[in-house]
Design a protein around this ligand. Structure first.
Ligand code: NAD
Length: 356
């Protein structure tokens, strides 16, 4: 298979982990006889520094013309500590999602057995948990009208959803549930919010087309508790942008660490694959970042954008084998991990590559 992949490392540890993700794609191409060609582009703080724009037109054009994008992270402390900054790295991310029509963010939450003790949740609660989140990505409070009034003394952000936006992600989630445990949980706050009442109404209509999928509805506050109390209860979860943003970070604890979680952003065009973590400037440049989320993002890319299931499974199996061999990065090591088994980004990347 011949494919063009755009590598967009972005900021901070995005640079370090995406390098490993790309090497994994290369190794897969070599082992399975595919031809992957690569280009690179800027986004986020590095793009602002180079061009003044967090998502330069050149990057967007390259994204639209590629078969898939392997993305790192955006963000820099300079902006985090300056709420008044007009040009910000995250604007690049939001614009990319909007321009590429990436309306569904898929986040598989599955714990590798070797990491049962790395989570702060009890192993017996976690073992066997396997959740696939569908977070809506282009609507909600993130994209509504926002501003200040009363001379800047009060602020507002408007949350908005259309039936069309809810229906297209609900269908994707139902389709996925059909290929898994046939259970879908739709999360909203329909007891308070009008957008949530519309959300639930639409999901109820779409559900009629999927009689083989068992549907339940949960309020966001209730599921925040249930995810920690009984994560095994859930199969596919579909929710709005803001609720999904928060719940998937919470659920990262089920997988042990942010450094383990991959995501896919899909829509009608090019898919974007990225770790759920940010640019982590506290560890940038130290060579200690866990590259597994990027590697697992590459696995999702192979599966979802290219339909290469066997290749994708080979990547996941290599990560599993590295964990079984006892190797860890600092974020997933515990007190019992021998010092010589704690590796940096590049070294653990080599261990993964050698097992593909
Ligand atoms: P973060 O995800 O960057 O880091 C949170 C914590 O987890 C940090 O202690 C970090 O060291 C650790 N961590 C994250 N990824 C890790 C990895 N691969 N290996 C080991 N440890 C890891 O979140 P934050 O600190 O809240 O944000 C930092 C910057 O990233 C901010 O500017 C924020 O806006 C941005 N951000 C970007 C994205 C994105 O690009 N999708 C997502 C979240 C945050």
């Amino acid at each position: 298979m011949k494919k063009n992949i755009l590598i967009v490392p972005g900021d901070g540890i995005g640079q370090e982990v995406t390098e490993v993700g790309k090497k994994v794609l290369d190794k897969i191409a070599e082992k399975f006889g595919h031809e992957f060609t690569y280009d690179e582009a800027l986004i986020g703080h590095v793009a602002i520094e180079a061009t003044g724009n967090p998502l330069p037109d050149e990057t967007l054009t390259k994204m639209k013309n590629s078969d898939a994008v392997l993305f790192g992270a955006v963000g820099h402390p300079k902006y985090d500590n300056d709420p008044s900054a007009k040009v910000r790295p995250e604007q690049g991310l939001l614009k990319m999602r909007k321009e590429l029509g990436l309306y569904a963010n898929l986040r598989p939450i599955k714990l590798f057995d070797e990491l049962l003790d790395a989570s702060s949740i009890k192993p017996e609660i976690l073992k066997g948990a396997d959740i696939l989140f569908f977070r809506e990505l282009t609507g909600d409070i993130y994209f509504g009208e926002k501003g200040r009034k009363d001379n800047g003394d009060s602020a507002y952000d408007v949350a908005a959803y259309s039936k069309f936006e809810v229906e297209r992600i609900a269908r994707k989630a139902f389709e996925a549930a059909r290929t898994r445990g046939k259970k879908l949980c739709s999360v909203d706050k329909a007891n308070v919010l009008e957008t949530s009442r519309l959300w639930r109404e639409v999901v109820q209509v779409v559900a009629k087309d999927y009689p083989d999928v068992e549907v339940e509805y949960q309020f966001v506050d209730a599921i925040a508790m249930l995810l920690i109390k009984d994560p095994k209860k859930f199969d596919v979860i579909v929710t709005a942008n803001l609720f999904g943003d928060i719940l998937t970070d919470e659920a990262s604890q089920i997988a042990g660490s942010m450094g383990m979680l991959a995501s896919a952003s899909i829509g009608d065009g090019t898919g974007v694959y990225e770790p759920i973590h940010g640019s982590a400037h506290d560890i940038t440049g130290k060579g200690v970042a866990n590259p597994m989320a990027s590697v697992l993002s590459a696995a999702l890319l192979l599966d979802i954008s290219f339909g290469l299931k066997e290749e994708s499974n080979a990547v996941i199996a290599a990560v599993d084998a590295v964990l079984k061999a006892g190797f860890r990065t600092g974020d997933i090591a515990d007190a019992s991990t021998p010092k010589d088994k704690i590796l940096g980004t590049a070294a653990i990347g080599e261990e993964i590559l050698s097992r593909i």
